[in-house]
Design a protein around this ligand. Structure first.
Ligand SMILES: [Mg+2]
Length: 342
């Protein structure tokens, strides 16, 4: 964590250096996993195992675009910031090595109010809880004062050379599979919008509401499932569902130069979500993958269900890339994915 010259926060003991120190005390400087040197020097140092290569992804979260300060608990914003990066690492079949986090924050989000912890500390609670769960040390980053809250994450992962799961490996005849259930994040966001006039503590009182909000507030990146698919060489192609099934399957088909037929009734729908949310809702962070038809796909991987939802077919000129098959026939499934808060 750097940022010495930025203008962040001068408020008694809450100055930037104090904030940096608070972050540093909550992270490890000592070696862990692939991290040889963490926060405190000019660079972090990572070490790959022999025969590994580095998988790198970056993701920007902006207040009002990817989250709303008035809707999302800060712990959820921290969790979601890291989950977005970890999900990309999962989709490649990589293991996470470390995360780098840069925050641009309005001053008031760094200041504790009475007995309430500062927004940034609660953000870190959510961020570090998920980081610990996936043994992903926070290895560095930057801090600056900003007119709006911005969180930029870089995730570093390791994968055996040439073995990463790519979007481009699907072939006609492959089956199309998905982990978990879809649409939960979109249904949760809709509920969050409805509840936006009420306080989060009232929402927390209901277990059912909590279950409906969880996929949106705390999506679970499928690291274990991605590693399983890569180690078993079970998948021919993979992508994580960040923008929605219709959009992400279209991306996979485009990279593989194929089309896909999806069986509507095979799509696993999260309890409380609609078919449309399952097809188009974004931010479920499940894995979508393809496999050769003779590959045995288990009903679950590391505690998460797996569903076969369709097959890859040859791409024909003038035909849609993603086709939805139901009782009434075959329909083009247009991309109608996540548009955030636009
Ligand atoms: Mg992705």
């Amino acid at each position: 964590m750097r940022g010495k010259r930025s203008e962040l926060i001068q408020n008694g003991g809450q100055g930037e250096l104090a904030l940096l120190d608070r972050i540093r005390r909550r992270t490890t400087r000592s070696a862990s996993g692939g991290l040889r040197l963490g926060i405190g020097d000019d660079c972090a140092i990572l070490r790959l195992k022999p025969g590994e290569e580095l998988a790198v992804t970056t993701d920007l979260s902006i207040a009002g675009r990817h989250f709303r300060l008035e809707w999302h608990p800060p712990e959820s914003v921290g969790h979601r910031t890291l989950a977005r990066g970890l999900s990309d690492i999962a989709s490649m079949g990589a293991r996470p090595l470390a995360a780098l986090l840069s925050l641009g924050l309005p001053k008031e989000l760094t200041i504790a109010r009475g007995r309430r912890h500062a927004w940034v500390d609660r953000f870190l609670d959510g961020f570090l809880a998920l980081a610990n769960q996936h043994r992903t040390p926070l290895a560095g980053g930057d801090l600056a004062e900003s007119p709006m809250a911005v969180a930029d994450i870089v995730l570093l992962g390791a994968v055996p050379r040439g073995k990463a799961l790519l979007r481009s490996g699907a072939r006609p005849g492959d089956v199309v599979c998905v982990t978990g259930a879809l649409g939960g994040a979109a249904a949760g966001l809709e509920l969050l919008q409805k509840l936006s006039g009420r306080s989060v503590s009232t929402m927390r009182n209901s277990k059912k509401r909590e279950g409906l909000l969880a996929p949106h507030l705390r999506p679970q990146p499928r690291i274990a499932q991605g590693l399983w698919l890569r180690r078993r060489q079970a998948a021919t192609a993979a992508i994580d569902l960040s923008d929605g099934l219709s959009t992400d399957l279209d991306h996979l088909c485009a990279e593989s130069e194929v089309s896909a037929e999806i069986d509507t009734k095979a799509v696993p729908i999260y309890t409380g979500a609609t078919l449309s949310q399952a097809l188009h809702g974004g931010e479920d962070y499940e894995l979508l993958f393809t496999a050769r038809p003779n590959t045995t796909i288990p009903h679950g991987i590391a505690g998460v269900s797996v569903s076969t939802i369709g097959k890859i077919v040859k791409r024909r000129a003038g035909q849609p890339r993603v086709i939805l098959v139901d009782a009434s026939g075959r329909h083009s499934l247009p991309r109608a994915g996540w548009e955030h808060f636009s």
